[in-house]
Design a protein around this ligand. Structure first.
Ligand SMILES: Cc1cc2nc3c(=O)[nH]c(=O)nc-3n(C[C@H](O)[C@H](O)[C@H](O)COP(=O)(O)OP(=O)(O)OC[C@H]3O[C@@H](n4cnc5c(N)ncnc54)[C@H](O)[C@@H]3O)c2cc1C
Length: 482
């Protein structure tokens, strides 16, 4: 019987145009995608496996088949817990190293669907269109990704105000069947093996400009859509590069060389406020942010585990400054865990009957993650030090006639050389490999420009609760009542 994973792989032979190393490639056959797609298939197969499908899925009311819980509209604390369990299962299975497995973007779709009536004022067709899309994505197991930014060409320019037509994705024609769009978007992680991409302008528009003010969900096999991959960081050697062999989520730039987007996939057009509302709407954001924080926690836990194992393996865990650094990693983990619990504990049912996790703890966790992960890499480097380079080019088991020498000089304080070398190869894959560097960049930037995400935390905060107390105190000093 065909599993969810089998169907996924089959669905990717759909005429999509994926470019890698100057060639058009079939992602289901190319070695650069082999390990990653094996991982993604295994995750999708959790919905077919009787032993786990009730931890990651729920039964679609339409088809009676198991579908992913990212599509579950939370109506109670129990539903929110179910969503978290599903996110946790996939995040732990991938050590938090795969962030765009679609639960994030699927949650965005679920948020829009749950709040569809709030969009009616922008377009009366929105509720029906998003309902049809939500159901087809849920039941068709579609992988959805996002690509919010236009390419980094000239960041001085503003959308709708620039004379350079290449800077922002735009509508060049309307036809009976839909709109034709031209331009590019970066970065769309997972796009080579996703089905659909969510597109909205990144900047807030001031005018209801029908050229730029759109919200679209475009099929990634659309004619004229080029998916241009970065260099592959995938390894075919899991012994040497355990993470790169399994979890290289490919990043891509999308070029829309006059792509027809059918009306059914045009959710908003010429609606500046509607697009911004879609961008900032609470269920839409918080359901997705919930997933990113669950994933962040899994990743920080994994890194902390590697760091502790490294320290113990070479007997440095007894030194005070090493303990301090390991303590910092545990503090990171526990802070994010606490914020996640706070977001769930303070979840509220909104006027649409959706149980939404609290925004501020999620936003705080995401902002902390931007600096936590680079700091975690820094700590891992300081603890593992030259041990990251005191490595043979392969495992001890595969080292041929020098194996006895490796067993003697590459062992650890209390671990045999075979285990120490495997552990440090893993640490190097986190810290020093191309995939490792990409992850550091990812954690800094995936949620947007850190400068602006931090600033948003201030701008959106109710400052009065902070300042009122200060003014009260000064008043009491003035009056001598302090
Ligand atoms: C590996 C990776 C994967 C990603 N995957 C996705 C994805 O799947 N989907 C998605 O939507 N996004 C994704 N992103 C995020 C996105 O593509 C951008 O990287 C992110 O939004 C930051 O924009 P930028 O990289 O274009 O930086 P820029 O906006 O070009 O910023 C560059 C520098 O200039 C400064 N700067 C730029 N403009 C201003 C301004 N107006 N005022 C002050 N300072 C400014 C910034 O602070 C920064 O220091 C990913 C990012 C990475 C690194």
């Amino acid at each position: 019987m065909q599993t969810h994973g089998d169907r996924l792989l089959e669905s990717l032979r759909d005429g999509r145009t994926v470019w890698l190393d100057g060639e058009k490639v079939d992602v289901t056959r190319h070695p650069a995608f082999r390990g990653t797609l094996r991982t993604v298939k295994e995750l999708f197969d959790t919905l077919s496996r009787e032993d786990v499908r009730d931890r990651v899925g729920f039964v679609s009311p339409r088809t009676g088949q198991y579908v992913h819980r990212a599509f579950l509209v939370p109506r109670s604390p129990g539903d929110l817990k179910k969503r978290r369990e599903a996110f946790e299962y996939w995040a732990r299975a991938t050590r938090g190293m795969m962030s765009r497995l679609s639960e994030y973007a699927r949650s965005l779709v679920t948020g829009w669907y749950a709040s569809r009536e709030a969009f009616r004022r922008f377009d009366p067709q929105f509720p029906d269109k998003i309902s049809r899309y939500y159901e087809s994505a849920r039941d068709g197991d579609r992988i959805v990704t996002t690509a919010i930014l236009d390419p980094q060409i000239d960041r001085r320019q503003k959308v709708g105000e620039s004379s350079d037509p290449d800077l922002f994705l735009r509508v060049v024609r309307r036809t009976e069947d839909g709109i034709v769009v031209r331009g590019a978007k970066m970065i769309a992680t997972g796009a080579p093996y996703a089905h659909d991409v969510i597109l909205t302008p990144h900047q807030r528009l001031v005018r209801d400009d029908p050229t730029y003010a759109h919200m679209l969900i475009v099929p990634l096999n659309s004619p004229g859509l080029h998916i241009i991959c970065r260099e592959s960081f995938a390894s075919e050697d899991p012994d040497r590069h355990p993470l790169s062999a399994l979890y290289d989520e490919m990043d891509a730039v999308l070029v829309f060389d006059d792509v027809l987007v059918p009306w059914e996939r045009v959710f908003l057009l010429g609606q500046a406020e509607g697009v911004w509302f879609a961008h900032t709407h609470q269920p839409f954001n918080q359901l997705a942010n919930h997933q990113t924080v669950v994933r962040l926690l899994a990743k920080l836990e994994f890194v902390a585990g590697v760091a502790v194992a490294v320290a113990q393996a070479v007997g440095v865990d007894g030194f005070l400054h090493v303990q301090e650094k390991l303590g910092e990693l545990i503090t990171q983990v526990e802070t994010v865990r606490g914020l996640l619990a706070a977001a769930e504990g303070r979840a509220e049912c909104n006027e649409e009957g959706v149980f939404v996790p609290a925004k501020v703890p999620l936003q705080t966790a995401r902002n902390l993650g931007l600096s936590y992960y680079p700091r975690a890499m820094d700590i891992l480097q300081q603890i593992a030090a030259g041990g990251l380079i005191q490595l043979p080019s392969t495992t001890v088991e595969r080292s041929g006639e020098i194996q006895p020498l490796l067993q003697r000089y590459f062992r650890g304080a209390e671990v045999p050389a075979e285990d120490r070398v495997r552990l440090f190869l893993l640490a190097w894959d986190l810290v020093g490999s191309p995939l490792g560097s990409r992850h550091e960049l990812y954690e800094r930037f995936y949620s947007g420009d850190p400068l602006r995400t931090y600033a948003a935390q201030y701008v959106n905060d109710d400052h009065r609760r902070l300042t009122e107390e200060v003014w009260r105190f000064l008043e009491s000093i003035k009056e001598g009542t302090a």
